[in-house]
Design a protein around this ligand. Structure first.
Ligand SMILES: Cc1ncc(COP(=O)(O)O)c(C=O)c1O
Length: 398
């Protein structure tokens, strides 16, 4: 038996606020009732604010982020199309794998894990592609495996600089509603996320925001698709309905989570993630440990991937934290297994939760054999948080 709270410091699924959980506790309802649109139509509109798009269309597929990846590809591309992608962590690697499995010819740029999107190499390849062979460019905005955020605006500039017409696909699974994400300003054509990260919900929704250009492409794209057909979804969505049974409870939860984001203010949500992430990074620096992210310009405000000393097994850190302190951290994925643990600080988080994460990590690290000083990371983060205006004062000043 375990007492007290279980601590969830993984980068998704994230903590679901109590008010969101309560909002999902409703009886089943008729998804063909005349007033079903009262619930759903507002969700499509308000999600556009979160993606920062005025002209895009938002779609909610029962599924997860991976399903939304597949929906984006199969609706807008043709078998044998050439696309440009970079691999710099486990999630960007999986997206490449999916594109290959679906029959795309993928020009892959491999980047050492810890780096971000290789903008200059992308610019070179796009500039050399005079006949417009490359039909799409894919970027993982926040690589959750390495704690790296890439510069999407720079990729847009690279496309524009050579007047390239490729569609821009962006994975915002661990950035939307937590790190600055600007669909229209960055000219994103297909933005993908899931419900279980910045939106503070259980997994179960694959969420897409789609530009007009991508919608036009979907009218002629020949890749096979059925469940994920945009046209079916949009036709029914026009009146607030779905082409199949929607997860109604999740939609009620989404209503509440969007209300929470609106009440805090999207800019404040993003600023809070930066503030908390900075505190966590200060803590890690005080331990004398390195991040996987190679450069401060790449640091993610939703997840921090920490390299443990070479004589320590990160799996042991995770095991001790979980078994003895009822706390989950993210594991090192694929080539980072055993070398890295990840602290997720996205969604419904605050200073106290980050301090708890650092404090438990210190104990687990020390017991796993790392020579760190107890309290050093917690103290450094406390110092940073004390320097910041308290949340109430900040909100009152808005
Ligand atoms: C950046 C990124 N992309 C895609 C995915 C896959 O999303 P899902 O697990 O919702 O299918 C994840 C999951 O963590 C992710 O972090």
């Amino acid at each position: 038996m375990r007492t007290g709270h279980s601590h969830l410091f993984i980068p998704g699924p994230t903590n679901v606020p109590e008010s969101v959980r309560q909002a999902m506790n409703v009886p089943m309802q008729d998804m063909r009732a005349p007033d079903f649109g009262d619930l759903t139509l507002g969700l499509f509109t308000d999600l556009k604010t979160v993606f920062r798009t005025r002209t895009g269309r938002v779609m909610l597929f029962p599924g997860s982020g991976t399903g939304a990846w597949e929906a984006a590809i199969t609706n807008t591309l043709n078998p044998g199309d050439r696309v440009l992608m970079a691999r710099f962590g486990q999630f960007s690697t999986l997206w490449v794998e999916m594109a290959q499995r679906l029959g795309l010819i993928v020009d892959v740029v491999d980047v050492a894990w810890g780096g971000g999107v290789p903008v200059q190499e992308f610019a070179r390849r796009l500039g050399a592609d005079r006949s417009g062979e490359i039909k799409a460019v894919f970027v993982t905005h926040n690589e959750t495996a390495t704690g790296v955020t890439s510069d999407i605006a720079a990729v847009r500039q690279a496309l524009d600089a050579c007047f390239h017409d490729a569609l821009l696909f962006v994975d915002g699974v661990s950035s939307v509603a937590s790190i600055d994400f600007r669909m229209d300003d960055w000219g994103i054509d297909l933005a993908v996320t899931g419900s279980q990260k910045g939106l503070m919900l259980p997994a179960g929704l694959g969420i897409l925001a789609v530009s007009q250009k991508a919608l036009d492409a979907s009218k002629h794209a020949t890749m096979r698709r059925a469940y994920f057909e945009f046209a079916d979804m949009l036709k029914l969505n026009a009146d607030g309905y779905f082409p199949y049974t929607p997860p109604t409870q999740l939609l009620h939860g989404l209503r509440k989570s969007l209300d929470r984001i609106a009440a805090e203010g999207l800019d404040n949500v993003i600023a809070r993630h930066t503030r908390l992430a900075t505190g966590v990074r200060r803590g890690v620096a005080a331990w004398g440990l390195d991040l996987v992210a190679e450069h401060p310009s790449l640091y993610s405000d939703t997840v921090t991937a920490v390299r443990v000393p070479t004589d320590v097994d990160a799996r042991e850190v995770l095991r001790i934290a979980y078994q003895d302190y009822n706390a989950s951290f993210g594991s090192g994925l694929a080539q980072l297994a055993g070398k890295v643990f990840r602290i997720g600080h996205l969604g419904d988080m605050n200073e106290g939760m980050c301090l708890t994460a650092l404090s438990i990590a210190e104990m687990a690290l020390m017991r796993a054999g790392a020579a760190i000083q107890l309290g050093s990371g917690v103290g450094a983060a406390q110092g940073w948080f004390l320097d910041q205006a308290p949340a109430q004062a900040r909100l009152a000043a808005e």
